[in-house]
Design a protein around this ligand. Structure first.
Ligand SMILES: Nc1ncnc2c1ncn2[C@@H]1O[C@H](COP(=O)(O)OP(=O)(O)OP(=O)(O)O)[C@@H](O)[C@H]1O
Length: 199
């Protein structure tokens, strides 16, 4: 594509969802590699302690629990979650700053999160669902990628079934992409972002 230098006309954040192992990270990395300076992932806020080599503002913004809770009450997050004893959230302001700098923010948000965003209209974004060609293929990708135990692969497949059923709610996504052939999927995603037809 000839757009490697030009920014898309539509710079609204791109929200990507889909089950674990479907290829979200792979496709996002391909976008970043092909269009340096166009896309950015967002930096989340967290209450967990920084690990070695993690820097404030590049891996996370580190805040205390009371600070995080105060931000929640100010409606500062597009979405947030409490996981393993800590909060994690995506701040509206961070996304707005990145967008104002001319970057297209790419966010990975699960189907439940997307439902909430659509209901509250808290962010003006474009929503993409990545689906596997089949659950068997998803299982193959999860196995190929990981050293995880049988239990955790079964768990991910169970979650995938639920997520895909939920995602069928009409109107939730602007684009549904079945990630069968990776290069073909990438081209469709790129064309969608640049508002080009793939017919
Ligand atoms: N179209 C494709 N065909 C075959 N393999 C693929 C395809 N897309 C991605 N993969 C492979 O599937 C595996 C899972 O991909 P990836 O890690 O990008 O998934 P993900 O959706 O980001 O998962 P998670 O949400 O768990 O981070 C990787 O090994 C990747 O190389």
């Amino acid at each position: 594509m000839n757009s490697s230098k030009s920014q898309p006309n539509d710079v609204r954040p791109i929200i990507i969802s889909g089950p674990s192992g479907v290829g979200k990270g792979t496709l996002i990395q391909m976008l970043e590699n092909a269009h340096p300076g166009t896309f950015t992932r967002t930096v989340s806020h967290t209450t967990r302690q920084p690990r070695d080599a993690e820097a404030e503002g590049s891996t996370y913004f580190y805040v205390s629990k009371p600070e995080f809770q105060s931000l929640i009450s100010q409606n500062a997050f597009i979405e947030y979650t409490y996981f393993s004893g800590n909060y994690y959230g995506t701040s509206r302001r961070t996304v707005a700053y990145q967008t104002a700098e001319g970057l297209v923010v790419v966010l990975e948000i699960d189907v439940e999160g997307v439902k909430q965003l659509r209901e509250t209209a808290i962010i003006d974004a474009r929503y993409v669902l990545i689906e596997p060609p089949s659950l068997d293929e998803l299982e193959a990708r999860l196995r190929q990628r990981s050293t995880k135990t049988e239990v955790s692969i079964e768990k991910k497949l169970g979650q995938a079934r639920c997520e895909l059923e939920q995602a069928e709610t009409s109107g939730l996504y602007d684009m549904v992409l079945v990630n069968e052939d990776l290069d073909a999927s990438y081209k469709k995603l790129e064309a969608f972002i640049w508002g080009l037809s793939t017919d």
